[in-house]
Unconditional design. Structure first.
Length: 148
């Protein structure tokens, strides 16, 4: 195996690893966004309970407790937003690295294909030259010093 083919194989491995990292980072962003949605849904549920409680005459202590917990959920959601920003930046960076690795392996792939094509052309030229030499040798096999 030629050195450039080894480089291509290594580039493909690095590309696969970079793509896996990008998928993992994107998955983390999606997971955090899903968790944030759940937290916001819970906060909305508590808000609805507070409104229902106000209509039905629930104790003030329950409404205060529910509102305090809702506020904590909203604060947690804000913290998750910051985490999502960091995860998104990591995901974008991982995707950028993966695209660079892909471009690198594609470039090496083109070089390997070009080298293979050139080797096939060289082999074909060699075979054609060999056939021409054989043909000329047969054509002139009976000419020479035999009749002299």
């Amino acid at each position: 195996m030629k050195p450039i083919e080894l480089l291509l194989r290594l580039a493909k491995i690095r590309e696969d690893q970079a793509m896996a990292n990008a998928r993992r980072a994107t998955g983390q962003v999606n997971q955090a966004q899903g968790f944030q949605k759940q937290v916001l849904d819970y906060a909305k549920d508590y808000e609805n309970q507070i409104m229902e409680g106000a209509k039905t005459g629930t104790t003030v202590a329950f409404i205060q407790d529910a509102n305090a917990f809702r506020e904590k959920l909203l604060l947690s959601s804000a913290e998750i937003t910051n985490q999502i920003k960091g995860l998104s930046m990591n995901s974008e960076q991982a995707l950028k690295i993966a695209m660079q690795a892909k471009m690198r392996s594609q470039g090496l792939g083109k070089l390997v294909a070009k080298a293979h094509l050139e080797a096939r052309r060289k082999q074909a030229r060699s075979e054609i030259n060999q056939m021409e030499d054989n043909y000329i040798a047969r054509l002139h096999a009976h000419s020479g010093t035999e009749n002299a």
